[in-house]
Design a protein around this ligand. Structure first.
Ligand code: 6CS
Length: 337
């Protein structure tokens, strides 16, 4: 009886099985699907699913708990990808508070684009620091200039004296900043802020206009003030063990998806922020929009110096990040066209 050589069939079956092998990955983020972090996550999902048989399940803020819970869930491997506001990360990864430091990040969008594309802090130093925390950093991107909304006009730290100002709950630097600005900082998760504004538990908060408009914070306060003190940024990372365990092909796919989503959000975010301000002006004509004068900003800038020194003094790593940040920002200022 002639034996049939089954080896080629078995081999073909194995190749077919591996090429059909599809994984489902969980991606949780700290905003809604139409917000910047959701736009990034959707672009990332589309790229992965159009270029492989892998699937991404998206979980917007609130579906797997508060934004404060997401980092632990990712580090535990319950979630494979994490989109998180940098203001929630400084308590766990102290170096991430570089992005909440007052009067450090540029507000000019061209400088921001150049900075995020070329910065050694973002592209060389932070990935190594994320690895130490069990995470693989994929992107950091800007969502818009920080604006402060209050019930009364303010022009100086004296005007903010004793005002209870909500800050994101994961950043020691935000607490130090608002103390330096004369206020009484109230670390609070996003989920508690609307109620706190309605009941007068807080006297104000800071967020980019895209968020202020999207969630009606202009209907809950009276004045929006541009102080030029900062920018709202978000990060995207993966569980490191999961990422390291990926095939070479899937690692390349994840990096390409992150690059694609990063480009998508860089062009979208600035438009969304400008659109947010436009809608506030159109739909809420009595709402006061104030931009501090150069002299008024200089008073806050002077107060910010102590916070910048405090950040650099917290560790040798923070000091190195601060020194490199100054070089990266100088390069952005010199090269941004
Ligand atoms: O203020 C906050 O907590 C929220 N703000 C933005 C712009 N994104 C998510 C974050 O939870």
């Amino acid at each position: 009886m002639k034996l049939i050589n089954l080896k080629p069939l078995v081999l073909a079956g194995m190749i077919a099985a591996t090429s059909l092998s599809a994984a489902t990955w969980k991606y949780a983020f700290g905003e809604g699907t139409s917000d910047p972090q959701g736009i990034y996550a959707t672009a990332f999902k589309n790229f992965i699913e159009e270029n492989s048989r892998n699937e991404i399940e998206l979980y917007k803020v609130g579906s797997l708990g508060e934004e404060t819970d997401l980092m632990e869930q990712t580090r535990a491997g319950l979630i494979q990808f994490l989109g998180q506001s940098t203001g929630y990360m400084g308590g766990t990864i102290p170096e991430m508070d570089i992005f909440t430091l007052p009067y450090v990040m540029p507000t000019d969008t061209k400088q921001l684009d150049y900075f995020f594309k070329n910065s050694k802090v973002v592209n060389k130093m932070l990935p190594k620091i994320f690895n130490k925390h069990g995470l693989e950093l994929l992107s950091i991107f800007p969502e818009g200039e920080m604006a402060i909304t209050t019930f009364e006009v303010f022009h100086s730290p004296a005007d903010l004296q004793g005002k209870k100002m909500r800050v994101m709950p994961g950043s020691p630097i935000l607490v130090e900043t608002y103390k330096a600005f004369g206020a009484s900082p109230q670390p609070m998760s996003w989920g508690d802020l609307v109620g706190a504004l309605k009941t007068g538990m807080v006297d104000g908060q800071e967020n980019p206009t895209v968020w202020i408009e999207a969630y009606g914070l202009d209907d809950l306060t009276k004045v929006l003030t541009y102080t030029g003190h900062g920018h709202f940024n978000a990060s995207v990372s993966a569980n490191k063990e999961f990422y390291d365990g990926l095939s070479k092909r899937d690692k390349k796919l994840v990096q390409e998806a992150a690059d694609y989503a990063h480009k998508t959000i860089l062009s979208e975010a600035q438009k969304l922020d400008a659109y947010g301000l436009g809608r506030i002006i159109r739909t809420n004509p009595t709402y006061k929009i104030v931009t501090l004068t150069k002299d008024e900003k200089n008073v806050f800038k002077e107060k910010a110096k102590a916070v910048q020194k405090s950040f650099a003094s917290k560790s040798a790593s923070n000091k190195k990040i601060m020194e490199q940040m100054e070089k990266d920002l100088a390069a952005a200022e010199a090269n941004a066209k």
